[in-house]
Design a binder for this molecule. Structure first.
Ligand code: RP5
Length: 164
């Protein structure tokens, strides 16, 4: 198993339904990743140890998904200069608006690239990580170009149903 290039962290195992979309993109493109449940609130010491450990192993960026008081991505960004991609998880009562605002409103100087709430955000965070890695990996860049071309073909071939 090759060393992970991307670390996916989520605040709860309940976030995996959404965050697995990021993992799936990385898997589909053959990018090695590590996915963990670590909470910024419930297990902060573990989070700091893990960031140090995977950074030393060569991880290139973090994808962090959390819901509600979603501080995970921001806390990671405060501990590393590696890019941090934040995914707001839909929450029970506020439907992820709380998560989105918690992640996107970072103080000047500590950026988090914030994605859409839910599945699309998680999948796009995976694709964005791939795009960053592709800057230094020609084969990966070619696969990404092909992936985009396939999407365009699908759209071009789409027909609408006839009206009755
Ligand atoms: C956050 O709190 C997690 O990211 C999760 O989305 C939310 C609720 O966690 P659980 O109570 O479902 O474990 O830390």
């Amino acid at each position: 198993m090759s060393k992970p290039l991307v670390s996916i962290i989520m605040g709860s195992s309940n976030d995996w339904d959404i965050m697995s979309q990021a993992a799936q993109q990385l898997k589909d493109f053959g990018v090695a990743y590590d996915a963990r449940v670590i909470s910024a609130h419930r297990s902060p010491d573990l989070l700091f140890d893990y960031i140090k450990e995977v950074s030393a192993q060569g991880v290139q960026c973090f994808i962090a998904g959390a819901g509600g008081a979603a501080h995970l991505a921001g806390v990671i960004a405060g501990k590393t200069t590696l890019p941090v991609l934040g995914v707001p998880i839909p929450s029970k009562y506020l439907k992820g608006m709380d998560s989105l605002l918690s992640i996107v409103q970072m103080p000047k100087g500590i950026p988090v690239a914030t994605f859409a709430i839910g599945e699309a955000g998680a999948a796009n965070a995976g694709l964005f990580a791939i795009a960053m890695l592709a800057l230094n990996d020609v084969a990966l860049a070619e696969r990404l170009t092909e992936y985009r071309a396939q999407q365009a073909i699908k759209i071009a071939e789409t027909t609408l149903p006839e009206l009755a």
